[in-house]
Design a protein around this ligand. Structure first.
Ligand code: AVJ
Length: 321
């Protein structure tokens, strides 16, 4: 609820997004803002936790099937990656590709820190040249397609089940937008976390060490740091819940009591009731068949799928029709 009139214009897109999100009936903050330097570092730790098998499964499927995946791709090929993160799991694919051709690899990443990390992590692979793009996904992808030479095919990597942060309609729309930037015969390697028992899903997003809680609360700390706000962190608690209808795990921050917070650099104050939550992220979970259907619905054909047995996670090769 808005309790004070606007005192100044929002200074930045972050400020205006925070204001828009916290004035909705279900308060929300966009999950992309979880990934400042602190948040990105905390996510790296999450990916090491026993309860959170997603990232390790992703890397394992890619490592174990890298040659088979690469064999299916038409050469010569230019590789773009949406949200490279640290770049660790991409290493196996690039090494397999490098045996077949000299490859230009274009990570697209809004975080300059992640981009630098990725270049450091992958810079040592022979026959790979890295050209980073500090851009939003679709803007970066449009720029990469402009660099494509005559007969080069494009391979887009969208790993880590990042698509799961979109709700289902938005995920489909995003795949359509990717498809529009591609030519027939180009491909998209899509990583999706698969449905699993609810207690296992909840543990993955409410780990016993509290790292995911810190990752979530860091969003409030970030607003304090960057927007001169006065969130008292221990007056909020991390909540992970399964939304059965959406088939997603939702993260929220729950206000422990009635309180008011001022976000000075965004020019507003906001009231919370005891128990009221801010929704900060959804991670949608899929079935193998659903990915085939999503491909068909968005102008692709799912040509092959590889699944990790330890932690159900699928890598799907979508070819643009
Ligand atoms: C990196 C977006 C796939 O949704 O599982 C991890 C982020 N959030 N723990 C996910 C995350 C909480 C993660 N993605």
């Amino acid at each position: 609820m808005l309790t004070h009139p606007l005192t100044s214009q929002p200074a930045s897109e972050f400020a205006s997004d925070v204001r828009a999100g916290l004035t909705k009936p279900q308060k929300e903050l966009l999950s992309k803002y979880l990934y400042d330097d602190v948040g990105s570092a905390l996510f790296e730790v999450i990916s090491l936790l026993p309860e959170y098998g997603l990232t390790r499964a992703d890397e394992r499927v890619l490592r174990q099937n890298a040659y088979e995946i690469v064999e299916r791709l038409p050469l010569p090929m230019l590789v773009a990656e949406l949200g490279s993160g640290s770049g660790r799991k991409t290493r196996w694919l690039l090494k397999a590709l490098a045996r077949r051709q000299h490859t230009a690899y274009c990570p697209i990443e809004i975080s300059p820190t992640a981009l630098a990390m990725c270049k450091r992590e992958l810079g040592d692979i022979d026959s790979i040249s890295i050209v980073g793009f500090e851009r939003e996904y679709l803007d970066g992808l449009a720029e990469v397609t402009e660099r494509r030479k005559g007969n080069q095919h494009l391979l887009v990597l969208f790993l880590g089940s990042t698509i799961g942060n979109f709700d289902r309609p938005a995920g489909l729309e995003f795949l359509r937008q990717i498809r529009r930037t591609l030519c027939p015969g180009d491909s998209l390697l899509l990583g999706t976390d698969l449905l699993k028992p609810v207690p296992q899903l909840i543990d993955a997003y409410a780990d016993s060490l509290g790292v995911t809680a810190a990752f979530n609360l860091n969003l409030l700390a970030r607003i304090n740091r960057e927007l001169d706000a006065d969130f008292v962190l221990d007056q909020f608690e991390h909540v992970a819940r399964f939304n059965a209808q959406a088939r997603s795990v939702e993260m929220h921050l729950r206000s422990k009591r009635t309180q008011s917070v001022t976000i000075a650099a965004a020019g507003f104050s906001v009231k919370f009731w005891a128990g009221e939550t801010i929704w900060t992220e959804s991670s949608h979970k899929y079935s193998r068949e659903e990915v085939y259907q999503m491909a068909r619905d968005t102008g692709f054909r799912c040509e092959a799928q590889w699944v990790d047995r330890e932690w159900p996670f699928a890598e799907s090769l979508l070819v643009a029709e």
